[in-house]
Design a protein around this ligand. Structure first.
Ligand code: UDX
Ligand code: ADP
Length: 463
């Protein structure tokens, strides 16, 4: 089976970049990305590709090359499903906010809607690919809906989790560590797996394309994210101990990272991890473990989240304590709001929680982030429902210029590791601040000695 037409449901952070790269690397395949959100599709079709809705280094160039040639963005979901041989499901699967599993389980309503829509529209056999991160055995539910509500056509369900990280999505997609494809072990299942393998083999060497059964693939994605998040919580736990004992967490990370069994990556102590995946996937893992009665397994993984929440709270507490136990009416400037550098995504960003804590203490927060819009920041805070929208907008000032943002501040807090922060004229910033001028580096990106010699009272993480 040779794939010539692909449809992807969901034009978000996963679907958009993934399909753009498939289209770029496979000019013989027509790729149509559909979304219910008309504005999002309009933005993807913006004549100036710098205005596409997702900021990722290198992405707008790829969209410029492939869009209109074999890459299309559309709201005509049914037409695209009907025409495609392969349908990727890349819709969001947030943590449930209601009912059973509230706050823990993944909300699968968007996935189910997609499955029902595919079942309704499909008149020929199709391969349906789960791209969104899903609880183990979701493929079974999708299959049941497709088989019981469809028009009698055959569906093969594959699990093909995405391992890209935001901010490096394009590089990760072009040079993946591995591609994972799970499917049925029947001849039809294997045929579907091979068809998808052939798509990726256009630019990924075959020894990096792993094929497994569906459940292994689904669980591997959750496990990978759980392990990555666990490393961050582990180093963050050590950062608190370092602060008490006089050790330096950067030195500890370096020393352990040189052990080839441990490795140097993902050992950066921080104000806490954010992003759409880690917390959601671990909560999901915890929920699944509990649902099988595996309470020790659930408690073990839940500790990763507990530690991360502690790290965020510890950062805001440290600011309050250092500023003589009161931040009421003091101006605290946040450099960065995104959950990591090189993305405009703010989901679960530590900045949101630290701001919320400090506003509770009646601080005035000024924020500068090179990519995040004012509306996004305010809606992130409003989403917590701690106070009214009006109170949030009174407490938060958003500026386009970092020097303006820092002017008259009692303290600066670095929440995102944007490269540009390291290039600022820190003397100029110091001169414009209240004294003593405090600097809380939640990402350990600045040079302690240099800043202390200017006069800052500098507090990093874990030293
Ligand atoms: C993650 C996984 O890396 C990716 O494979 C998966 O597909 C989706 O989830 P993402 O959330 O986009 O990707 O970014 P990632 O680079 O993993 O960073 C997540 C969070 O951890 C960020 O807030 C980042 O700042 C933080 N982090 C990362 C640290 O605090 N320290 C580190 O050493 C690494
Ligand atoms: P992710 O990070 O997983 O890509 P996003 O929230 O960025 O998540 O993107 C998911 C996209 O899926 C959203 O743009 C949303 O509008 C879209 N979506 C959700 N359900 C459907 C559906 N049934 N049909 C089409 N698009 C959908």
């Amino acid at each position: 089976m040779k794939i010539t037409k692909i449809c992807c449901i969901g034009a978000g952070y996963v679907g958009g970049p993934t399909m753009a790269v498939i289209a770029q690397k496979c000019p013989h395949i027509q790729v149509t990305v559909v979304d219910l959100n008309e504005q999002r599709i309009k933005d993807w079709n913006d004549p100036d590709t710098d205005n596409i809705p997702i900021y990722e280094p290198g992405l707008s160039e790829i969209v410029a090359e492939a869009r209109g040639r074999n890459l299309f963005f559309s709201t005509e979901v049914e037409k695209a499903i009907d025409e495609a041989q392969v349908i990727f499901i890349s819709v969001n699967t947030p943590t449930k906010t209601y009912g059973k599993g509230k706050g823990m389980a993944a909300d699968l309503k968007y996935i189910e809607l997609c499955a029902r829509q595919i079942a309704k529209v499909a008149k020929q056999n199709k391969i349906v690919v789960e791209k969104s991160t899903l609880p183990v055995r979701t493929a079974e539910a999708i299959k049941s809906i497709l088989d019981n509500t469809g028009n009698g056509v055959q569906f093969q369900i594959l699990s093909n989790p995405e391992f890209l990280a935001e901010g490096t999505a394009v590089t990760d997609l072009l040079h993946p560590d591995r591609i994972l494809i799970g499917g049925d072990t029947t001849p039809e299942g294997e045929e579907a797996i091979n068809a998808l393998v052939d798509v990726y083999a256009n630019w990924v060497s075959r020894d990096k394309i792993l094929t497994t059964n569906v459940w292994s693939s689904e669980l591997s994605k959750l496990t990978a994210n759980a392990f990555l998040a666990q490393r961050i919580s582990s180093i963050n736990a050590m950062s608190e101990l370092c602060e008490k004992t006089g050790a330096d967490v950067n030195e500890v990370a370096r020393a352990i990272g040189m052990d080839s069994r441990i490795g140097p990556k993902f050992l950066k102590a921080s104000v806490g991890f954010g992003g759409s995946c880690f917390q959601k996937d671990i909560l999901n893992l915890v929920y699944i473990a509990k649902s099988y009665g595996l309470n020790e397994v659930a408690d073990y993984w839940e500790q990763v989240i507990i530690m991360n929440d502690h790290q965020k709270r510890r950062f805001s507490n440290k600011i309050v304590q250092t500023l003589y136990n009161t931040v009421a009416d003091k101006k605290i400037t946040f450099l960065g709001w995104a959950f990591k550098k090189d993305t405009n995504d703010t989901r679960e960003s530590a900045a949101i929680y630290v701001a919320d804590d400090l506003i509770n203490e009646q601080a005035k927060i000024a924020v500068y982030d090179p990519k995040v819009s004012r509306n996004k920041m305010l809606s992130d805070l409003d989403y917590l429902e701690t106070r009214t929208g009006e109170e949030n907008s009174n407490a938060l000032t958003i500026l386009d210029d970092p020097y303006e943002a820092c002017k008259g501040a009692h303290a600066i807090a670095i929440l995102t590791e944007w490269d540009e922060f390291t290039t600022y004229d820190w003397q100029k910033i110091y001169d414009s601040m209240h004294k003593p001028a405090f600097l809380f580096d939640g990402r350990n990106i600045l040079n302690t000695k240099e800043l202390e010699s200017i006069g800052f009272i500098y507090r990093g993480i874990g030293a």
